[in-house]
Write a protein that binds this ligand. Sequence first.
Ligand code: TRP
Length: 367
Amino acid sequence: MGKNIILTGDRPTGRLHLGHYVGSLKRRVELQNSGEFDEINILIADDQALTDNADNPGKIRDNIVNVVLDYLSVGIDPAKTTICVQSALPALHALTFYYLNMVTTARLSRNPTVKAEIQMRGFADEGLPAGFFVYPVSQAADITAFNANVVPVGEDQLPMIEQTREIVERFNKIYGKTLVLPKAMIPENETQRRLPGVDGKAKMSKSLGNCIYLSDTPKTVKKMVNGKMFTDPQHLQISDPGHIEGNVVFTYLDALCTDDDFARFLPDYQNLEEMKDHYRRGGLGDGVCKKFLINVLEETLAPIREERAKWEADIDSVYDIIREGTARAVETTNETLARVRKAMRIDYFEDRSIVGEWNELLRKAKQ
Ligand code: TRP
């Protein structure tokens, strides 16, 4: 049996938010602490972030620290998890170049996530950077370089894993079994897969201003919930029957609350189902629901905030964590690149026996 290895990553384009937390970070910490994995790697994908931010490298540079702070504050433990920086791993660039020959441009054009991102970023009109178009191939390099068999990601990343699998299968078919075939791991809970923004829009996104960040103050969190969170527009009076579907307060509770939270903060109900029933019948006001949600959110966010403050006071150590993680990752990814070059028989300077081959070739040509 091969090893159980995880690789996952994020683009360092901003602070991480609650959507990242329920969709992926929380799971990563659980996996890290499960003891079921031989290796856990998290990649800060700064090269990938540059594919649509080439004109703003300062943004990527600044956000590396924000993303690492978010990791450390949710409980990613550098003693158990390798945190590394993509641009400092040259093997990834070399692998990307070889894997580009394992996909067609037609196949790349069909990637639904990239298609949606091209629309969102206006690249359809402005012109599409070639690097952005092929970033799924670089992601295949990320995953395979670490020999990952498990890739915990949000739902939107499934097309990347699918494309990685195709690249692996094609590579192994041509050059012999060299690369590990990875599997995606997505959250079981439907609402956790894609937490909507506080305004009810499909996704939390910085540009829409509908995010709750892990580093937000209690005051900001309260303001986002009380001031901006979408509920049921038909629920005008407390006594009116309410709708759960599309009601963001309940979507967030679905993703986050436990029965214990009811015992602690809202003992009128035993669990979320009872609360929902009351809301549907009428007689349960949005104010009460929002107050409960704020308590639930704070239960998650307060310890994260506290941990973050500790690390923020010691950025030197944060730097050393990613420096050391990256040094380890250089080794791992270089080993994979060496294996790939060997499989492709382009490892010319690893093995001088090619001089004999060439001599033989020349001798035969003269006969
Ligand atoms: N594309 C991912 C995202 O936008 C980030 C990422 C880069 C990644 N490389 C990866 C995720 C490798 C998983 C594995 O969130």
